[in-house]
Design a protein. Sequence first.
Length: 73
Amino acid sequence: MRKTYAPNAIVIGFLVGLLVAVKVNVILGILAGLGVSVLGWVLISSLERAADHAGDAIDDAIRKKINERKDKK
């Protein structure tokens, strides 16, 4: 299982929600915290998947180039 940083979005969402709750309203703080947590989780997960996909594509390209050079010799 690979390491993911998506749970950090929950901490950020909690802190944003706490800040909004203190400055504006408790209900808005809860909504802001949940919104930031969910959107952050989705964003971080999608970026991690994209980076993983790009890494696999690069790995395939390197292996292909190595095999081409071996066949040349």
